[in-house]
Design a protein around this ligand. Sequence first.
Ligand code: SF4
Length: 558
Amino acid sequence: MSPIKNPPTSDAGAGRAIRPPRAGRANGQWRIDGRKPLNPNEVVKQDGDPLGAHDRILSTYAAAGFDAIPDDDLHTRFRWWGLYTQRKQGIDGGRTAQLSPAELSDRYFMQRVRMDGQSLSVKQMRVLGRASNEFARGTLDVTDRQNLQMHWIQIESVPELWRRLEEAGLITIEACGDTPRGILVSPVAGIDPDEIIDPSAAAAQIRDTFLGNPEISNLPRKFKTAFTGSPTLDILHEINDIAYVGVNHPEYGPGYDLWIAGALSTAPFLGQRLGAFVRPDQVSDVWWAAIRLFRDYGYRRLRNKARLKFLMAEWGPEKFRRVLQEEYLGYELADGPAPAPPAGEADHIGVHRQKDGHYWIGGIPPVGRLSGDTMLGLADLAETVGSDRVRTTPLQNILLLDVPAERVDEAVAGLRELGIDPDPGPFTRSLLACTGLEFCKFAIVETKSLAARVGAELDARLADLNLERRISISVNGCPNSCVRIQIADIGLKGQIITVDGQQVPGFQVHLGGGLASAGHEEAELGRTVRGLKVAATDLTDYIERVVRRYAAGRTAGE
Ligand code: SF4
């Protein structure tokens, strides 16, 4: 495994430099500075545990209506239950920066449902599909953290929506907010014949033990967890706050290599290996230790310096491991090996044999967009071909599991009919798009339909090229990098640009990013191409030119 390249100081390539906050004043580290809240978000969180919003939604707001919700619940605490107000329709992206969150907010919500590596059963898919159609105008997106999101939810619908989800074993607790967010788990956990270790039980244990624990319901910012035991390294371990990557230890056998403090956003930072080996029976201990370390030492004065990566930038992996072991864990972890370079396709698309002899089929709903009807169709298809398990992936894809050999052709045809393509063109296959202007309050440009169109056009126009490796494209509606601008071959950051004196939607371009897990020799953040901006209307032409120039000029193996 190659070393992790992070921009050390002033040139962060695709983003700003990672600089810890200024020393010599209180930075809101609870363990050092005490608990006095130093910014408005911290005040709201200390004024009342955000988890308490649950009962007020059920007992008061759902009956009294949207106007009865006070701002601190609406814009902060609701997130602890996966609820965000969505963007008011009709406000163009050029006005995003001029308006307050309240002015940008609609009276409708996005509801996130967290997966944490769960498979969806036929029953759960039917619950989701019907809820989407009844309460969410048919919307249902797969996110790049394997979660599901609906839009257009009214506060009056929330009790019934939650009742149905909870009855089906689907949860929304801590799906957003300064919390332990949805856990990424290898989508082929437990079924991959080449798997080093199955992390399903470890992820489920964390979810079942710790979610909703008030000791960790007020973190400095979000805390993202990921697990994989697949040699494809399929959960983007370099960009999670804590990642467990399956390795074989020469003495202890299968377990995990520990990675800490990766995150993107506007100041990207790749996670650091601590060089520590985590045995399966130590997974929960280590997670509980790491999240409390973050709670206590994370910088809370400035929200844009509060992610764990800023602490790591100051401490470095050696000190982090020492404090983790001495102050929180109470014992030393063994040293362990790094993961081997990735083997195989991490997107799991197409037909693959499982370790039990059945098959999984991976397909792409373009840019992660499903619908209530598609989910209901997927439930029917799964039932017809004898499956009761569907999984989502961090690349916004869908896997249909446990298909008997004699039903594979039928399942492939059924997925295709639903628009979940098991054999997509290379550009559609490696394209991600965030929510964008349609629903997101931070957005500056539209993303989903643009990206779907551009992917289809590139597949048609560049069919003559025979590239050794697919080119990943990430379309983001603003600098927040929800679909990872800095680790795509072509990363696009939405902004308003000037073309011939006119202000139009467009993108800042970043080139050359990628993770080792995505087939790059080593993890690397993309570089901003200074001054290079492209109008949304010219995007297909621009990418075609870049790819053709690359294809003509590259050396063998490049
Ligand atoms: Fe919204 Fe920006 Fe994230 Fe896209 S990248 S979902 S526009 S915050």
